[in-house]
Design a protein around this ligand. Structure first.
Ligand code: DAK
Length: 275
């Protein structure tokens, strides 16, 4: 099979909304980019064209200095029901190995700005993995999480065995992944995977509110905080603490640190500039 190539059809449906073919991108609040998976007929099943568009949108938000945080969501029925089984079903080992099938699947983890996944409905397989790549996961009360790959003769391939086990522990991750059973929004919250649960109709607004709050802070400090947490989760405690302390020290070289502390002392709101 030929490697996939795509020409993005960005149609400007309004001054603030760029329309791709399989995602919607908008600016719902100051400093916030909202990316909505939009493949309703397939419950937002993730296939190559959609993943390429998603990566394009995330990377352009990451390099846009007016954006401080990103919200990633789907529809009320489905965040994403997994990788597109119909796209995958006839692939051979040679196909997926040689062309590194869905090589860029995990590009969301390369984004420096915080990503909040706002999950309503199904987040299964690659959809659950995509949600777990985000920095904060908010769930709608109707969310249905799961890694059902075992039922298809495969295993999770985009971090499911690793991130789910780190988030909820070995026992529950084994139970979920080896049986393919689903779990609810409240289970995700009680197990530490979701940071909060909201009524489905409030979910995206709540995620945007949180994103706007993050975007109001100094972007260098926000980036450093995200990096410190993610780095610390991959190394031992001593190494993580040293890394945190070095990042903390380095923030005293920023104008935002001077501004943040001066504003506190002068009892006024800070004006962070990302410098
Ligand atoms: N792929 C393709 N189409 C899908 C789909 C999927 N994952 N999920 C749903 N659809 C399509 C259905 O085929 C149906 O299309 P039509 O028949 O109308 O054309 C439409 O969406 C509506 O779905 P249903 O009619 O099935 O709706 P229901 O409400 O009855 O059921 C459901 C909803 C979510 C329970 C059901 O659709 C379902 O079980 N879907 C499959 C869920 C699943 O098994 N997901 C895991 C897929 S495997 C990789 C990394 C990761 C992955 C792969 C590679 N690399 C880094 C190499 C990930 C793998 C996976 O995610």
């Amino acid at each position: 099979m030929r490697p996939f190539s795509i020409t993005f059809s960005r149609q400007f449906s309004s001054s603030r909304t760029i329309r791709y073919d399989h995602i919607l991108v908008s600016d719902p609040a100051n400093g916030v980019k909202l990316v909505t998976l939009n493949r309703p007929n397939a419950l937002n099943a993730l296939f190559t064209p959609l993943v390429l568009e998603l990566n394009d949108a995330l990377k352009s938000a990451d390099s846009d200095t007016s954006i401080g945080a990103i919200v990633l969501t789907g529809s009320v029925r489905a965040f994403a029901a997994g990788a597109d089984i119909k796209e995958m079903k006839d692939k051979s080992f040679a196909d997926v190995f040689t062309h590194d099938f869905i090589k860029n699947w995990s590009d969301a983890t390369l984004i420096k700005k915080p990503i909040i996944a706002a999950v309503n409905g199904y987040a299964l397989g690659g959809g659950c993995e995509m949600a777990m790549m985000a920095d904060i996961l908010y769930a709608g009360e109707n969310a249905v999480f799961g890694q059902p790959e075992i039922k298809l003769g495969i295993i999770p391939g985009a971090g499911g065995t690793q991130r789910l086990a780190r988030a909820i522990g070995k026992a529950k991750a084994m139970d979920i992944i080896l049986t393919g059973k689903t779990f609810t929004a409240h289970e995700a919250y009680n197990w530490g995977l979701a940071a909060a649960v909201f009524p489905p109709t409030d979910l995206v607004a709540e995620a945007v509110k949180t994103a706007a709050s993050i975007a109001s802070y100094g972007p260098i400090a926000v980036h450093a905080a995200k990096e410190a947490i993610n780095y610390g989760l991959q190394v031992g405690l001593d190494q993580g603490l040293t890394y945190e302390r070095r990042l903390f020290h380095s923030l005293f070289a920023t104008a935002d640190q001077k501004e943040g502390m001066a504003a506190f002392a002068e009892k006024r709101a800070p004006e962070f500039k990302g410098e």
